[in-house]
Design a protein around this ligand. Structure first.
Ligand code: ATP
Ligand code: MG
Length: 422
């Protein structure tokens, strides 16, 4: 993170656009910090000045193609406006149409009570940061051109003599396995599990293993592994048109203890916008040409980057905490994945904090989710201890039940007996 003093108050307006008055009032009531109601997008647009960032929550009456086309034009014209769509029922088609219209999040009206407020807050922070940081406010192409200039071959010390020996792997016919770790609930344990699994896999194989932090706004993989990155995924995106395995490898930061390579998330949430689904997939595709495993940590909601990753991955590891809100959210997440025609063979389920003390029956959870848990990770104080020390739990407390469960997960990919023989 930058050393610059962080702003405290967020100057972002929230608008609710919905033609049906009772629904409009219901949406406004879900936003405890207040919102200005509008009955149409036109009414909102007539009030936009482009100076104050606005999170516009579009109600179900906006969930049709003509209105989404208007919303698309509005966000293109005003980069300081971000939209969230509320729908009566989440369908694949609706999700795709909304994301194509630049909508940043899609939520079901009857969904979890706090979800809308959380989504609005996330976007508000991102817009506020963007408004205070001059360069990301440039249109994407302009910002990209500037970054590319910065990375000119002559000026770039990493493009040439310092290219790493990893490049040797790119000549082999490697097509690394991509494992995306996802959950529809914040704090479920995605980052703890993805970092420890990635470290365990890196320790088991001689070939490179890479962990990508696709939680672009609030990624904390680098912090969890106590790394000080010089480059992030934003640099990879800026150099995308000439990115090859050696250049990409030079942007990765190494976790010395395990040899794991990490592509960290942007250092500021405002830069997240520079990484779209297409850019993410290009980077993953390049990584899998020289890495045996590419593990991807994600944010706790569906966006176009996550949808792209789910499609591109060989395995999607769903992490669910053992409480009712977690299970409910994961069920909704699973429904969405099914709607998106995600092959069920791709899915793995990790039940985190699965202790008898939590009084939730695992069999019942599996029946509710209609999927069997691959691994049960117990709750243990060693996890926050390891996190606070910036160490993966598998090396911090290798004998703990949590580490054993994560090693069991790694067995699914590299059985212990083939350790270092690959
Ligand atoms: N098995 C566990 N036992 C004890 N604590 C745990 C366990 N798993 C996770 N935690 C704690 O929960 C916190 C949240 O975990 P983590 O950051 O991995 O969740 P996340 O799903 O990545 O969250 P976010 O959605 O915010 O990215 C961690 O700081 C950790 O201390
Ligand atoms: Mg996380």
């Amino acid at each position: 993170m930058s050393d610059a003093p962080r702003p405290t108050a967020i100057r972002v307006s929230v608008a609710v656009v919905e033609a049906h008055e009772p629904t409009r009032e219901r949406i406004v009531s879900l936003l405890s910090s207040g919102a200005t109601p509008f009955s149409s997008l036109e009414e909102l647009t007539s009030r936009l000045t482009g100076t104050v960032p606005v999170v516009a929550v579009l109600g179900p009456s906006c969930a049709d193609d003509p209105t989404l086309a208007v919303a698309d034009r509005v966000v293109r014209k005003y980069p300081s406006v971000a939209t969230i769509l509320i729908v009566d029922e989440l369908t694949t088609t609706m999700l795709q149409h909304a994301l194509r219209a630049g909508v940043r999040d899609v939520l079901a009206l009857g969904g979890e009570p706090g979800a809308l407020a959380q989504s609005v807050q996330r976007l508000a922070i991102s817009l506020d940061q963007a408004a205070r940081t001059p360069s990301p406010n440039l249109p994407a192409t302009q910002a990209q051109i500037q970054d590319e200039d910065d990375l000119d071959d002559d000026a770039d010390p990493e493009a040439g003599s310092t290219r790493s020996p990893l490049a040797a792997y790119s000549s082999e016919d490697v097509r690394g396995e991509v494992i995306t770790v996802f959950s529809t609930k914040g704090g479920a344990g995605k980052s703890v599990i993805s970092t420890s699994l990635a470290v365990a896999l890196a320790q088991r194989t001689d070939k490179p293993v890479c962990l990508v932090d696709a939680d672009l706004q609030f990624g904390d993989v680098a912090v969890m592994l106590k790394l000080s990155p010089h480059h992030t995924i934003v640099d990879a995106v800026s150099a995308l048109d000439r990115l090859d395995p050696p250049l990409l490898e030079s942007l990765l930061v190494k976790h010395d203890q395990s040899g794991l390579r990490v592509l960290p998330a942007p250092l500021e949430p405002a830069f997240a916008d520079q990484v779209g689904a297409a850019e993410m997939i290009s980077i993953i595709d390049l990584l899998r040409t020289f890495c045996e495993y590419v593990i991807v940590d994600t944010p706790a909601y569906f966006n176009d980057v996550v949808l792209g990753l789910v499609e591109a991955s060989d395995k999607v590891m769903l992490v669910a905490g053992m409480d009712i809100p977690n299970i409910k959210n994961v069920k909704i997440g699973l429904q969405t994945l099914r709607l998106l025609n995600t092959p069920m063979e791709k899915l793995m389920l990790v039940l985190n904090r699965a202790n008898s003390k939590v009084k939730l029956d695992i069999g019942e959870v599996e029946r509710t989710l209609q999927i069997k848990a691959d691994v049960l990770v117990p709750s243990d104080i060693v996890v926050p201890q390891a996190v606070n020390k910036g160490e993966p739990v598998v090396t911090h407390s290798p004998k703990s039940g949590v580490s054993k469960a994560i090693q069991q997960l790694a067995d699914e990919f590299v059985p212990v007996q083939s350790k270092k023989r690959r």
